[in-house]
Design a protein around this ligand. Structure first.
Ligand code: APR
Length: 268
């Protein structure tokens, strides 16, 4: 009998049971958070920030008010994160989701991450709820929301902080969702719609704390979806998970996908 305790041991039997559920799925959805990028060298939000940024709390930097008060500090933090990201590659967890999409024929990945690593790995249908750190926009969105700005067309003193919008002179900011800001309406509406119709929700590497993204697994569960979690630690999602595999995404997801591929090869 497969283990139904709050945390599920990552055994072959349990992975095969989860693979059978995925195999039978008509419309699975994956929901990811910062944990899936940890093995690409990207610190999670609840990790203590290292080095220069250890003294700052992301929730004190990633806000419109912080940017208004000190645009250079916030801009430099994003420059640091973009430099981290420039070294980062998709890890086996990201790549396993690409293989899962190939095996299942369709897979929507709803991510809270702004690092673009799902897209870089090859996932073809990614809903990026919190934007994309690789893009920039006018802080005033003077030409419409978003007024995207291509930094390569601008020349400015990088020591002074962010460049100015070439249209209106407002500071340029990363095209990400900050605390106190609304998520992109079309992305959020589609994410809820996909979760309302999902029959399996694979939740990977999120603490399940930040709304409205944290509601999505509960929406899927309420509509009868099977919830499978992958996280080394318990999260706010663990209590509603049918299986909560206690392990790292880069280790568990490849084994889950292998179990699915073997099942499909040897299906009785
Ligand atoms: N594999 C899977 N999960 C992992 C791994 C790993 N290798 N390492 C850590 N985790 C888990 C942690 O146990 C934690 O539950 O990843 C989760 C990371 O949680 P958070 O840091 O809270 O990140 P996330 O849930 O994505 O935060 C949501 O909060 O700060 C805002 O906008 C920001 O998108 C972010 C949102």
């Amino acid at each position: 009998m497969t283990d139904r305790s709050p945390r599920t041991p990552v055994t072959l039997e349990n992975l095969r049971a989860a693979a059978r559920v995925l195999h039978a799925s008509r419309c699975p959805v994956v929901l990811t958070g910062a944990g899936i990028s940890k093995e690409s060298g990207i610190p999670t939000f609840r990790d203590a920030l290292d080095g220069l940024w250890a003294q700052y709390d992301p929730q004190q930097l990633a806000t419109p008010g912080a940017f208004r008060r000190n645009p250079k500090l916030v801009w430099d933090w994003y420059t640091y994160r973009r430099e981290l990201l420039a070294q980062a590659q998709p890890n086996p967890g990201h790549r396993a989701l690409v293989e899962l999409e190939r095996l299942l024929g369709c897979l929507v990945v709803i991510t809270q991450n702004v690092d673009g690593l799902h897209q870089a790995a090859g996932s073809s249908d990614v809903i990026a709820l919190h934007g994309d750190i690789r893009r920039n926009k006018c802080f005033a969105n003077c030409q419409g929301d978003p007024t995207l700005i291509d930094l390569s067309t601008l020349d400015w003193d990088r020591a002074s902080g962010p460049p100015r919008c070439p249209h209106c002179g407002a500071p340029v900011r990363p095209d990400v969702v900050w605390f106190e800001e609304a998520l992109p309406a079309a992305a959020l509406e589609r994410a809820f719609r996909v979760c309302e119709n999902a029959d399996v929700a694979l939740v990977v590497g999120t603490s399940g704390i930040v709304q409205p993204a944290a509601s999505l697994p509960f929406v899927a569960k309420e509509r009868g979806a099977f919830v499978i979690e992958v996280n080394p630690a318990p999260s706010a999602i663990t209590a509603i998970a049918d299986w909560s595999f206690a392990g790292a995404a880069g280790e568990v997801l490849p084994r889950l996908v292998t179990a699915l591929a073997e099942w499909e090869t040897h299906e009785p």
